[in-house]
Design a protein around this ligand. Structure first.
Ligand code: HXC
Length: 286
């Protein structure tokens, strides 16, 4: 439970707006997606948490059950989004236990810092497969439910492909694909009443991503136009908006939630790694 204690009472959101709805979340045990899910549950939704790791997924589901009296949260562990059949099994379990799926958050992602020289072909493929193919597979497996319930999809993207970001070649390429997938699906599925959007978080405090990307850089927040790192509450708020009826006419968009950060571009020295030296090393592995 990471949203501020008074979030529900101080926020603009109305209790119960997602009552009777079910959100299906891949990567749901990770910091960002777990808080997106928490917000949906607090506002009335039930949820399915889908993840690769059994313990992490079960623990996240157990914690999320406690955020609202009567909340139903199904744990779907041992699901690799690269395998559409394993997601389909999670969909069957969710519909069996919760009756339906209305909202999908495709948040499962892989990331590590690697310069081009040390990024193997298989490493590039692994991240593209998790982020891009995994996003496709998630919507594929949920499609019947989305069509029946005139549901909505939210992809978790990034801003890394808006400009050149070193050590993120694989992720930038994958997320560019996710944005393209989102736009095309919005156009194709709009006539079925299904809305499709992407959310692109910038640097978000207390996440695995920021720990890996920014390391010990403590000044990153002050160089962002809004003057601070983002919070998972910022992401949760945008998620609620995009799934709510307030966004009934919003589809095919990428909602950037980054305090204006991407407009600043890549600042030399932003990441604690040495570009030139890393790429000069002799590496034989492809
Ligand atoms: C270089 C690496 C590497 C690293 C793995 N590889 N880590 N290469 N530097 N640090 C290579 C491996 O050597 C291998 O290539 C290939 O990647 C596949 O690795 P596996 O471990 O076999 O694959 P897999 O188990 O599928 O793991 C996928 C993974 C892993 C992406 C590599 O890190 C993972 O599962 N991560 C999931 C959790 C995660 O990353 N969460 C962070 C999300 S944060 P070879 O050639 O040796 O076979 C996020 C925020 C972004 O996305 C924020 C942006 C602002």
């Amino acid at each position: 439970m990471v949203l501020e204690d008074n979030w529900l009472h101080s926020s603009v959101w109305k209790q119960g707006i997602f009552a009777g709805k079910v959100v299906f979340v891949t990567g749901g045990a990770g910091t960002i997606c777990k808080d997106q899910t928490e917000a949906m549950i607090r506002l009335g939704a039930d949820a399915a948490i889908v993840g690769r790791n059994q313990q992490k997924t079960d623990v996240a589901a157990e914690e999320l059950r406690k955020v609202r009296n009567g909340a139903k949260v199904v744990s779907c562990p041992n699901v690799d989004v690269r395998d559409v059949h394993s997601i389909a099994e999670a969909v069957r379990k969710t519909v069996g236990e919760l009756g339906r799926i209305d909202f999908v958050i495709a948040g499962a992602a892989g990331n590590f810092l690697a310069d081009f020289n040390h990024l193997s072909s298989n490493a590039f493929k692994s991240v593209v497969d998790i982020d891009l193919l995994g996003s496709f597979n998630t919507v594929k497996a949920c499609f019947d439910q989305l069509r029946s319930n005139r549901g909505a999809v939210l992809f978790v993207s990034a801003t890394l492909h808006y400009y050149g970001v070193p050590f993120q070649i694989h992720v930038g390429a994958a997320k560019a694909g996710v944005d393209a997938l989102s736009n095309a699906l919005a156009v194709e599925l709009g006539p079925l009443g299904i809305r499709v959007n992407a959310l692109a978080p910038g640097p978000i405090a207390n996440t695995e991503g920021i720990r890996r990307l920014a390391g010990k850089n403590k000044t990153l927040g002050s160089s962002i136009p809004i003057g601070r790192l983002g919070t998972t509450t910022d992401i949760a708020n945008s998620t609620v908006y995009l799934f709510s009826s307030a966004a009934a006419y919003v589809t095919g968009t990428v909602q950037v939630v980054d305090g204006g950060n991407w407009h600043m571009g890549y600042r030399k020295g932003e990441y604690p790694v040495k570009i030139l030296e890393m790429n000069q090393e002799k590496v034989t592995k492809l």
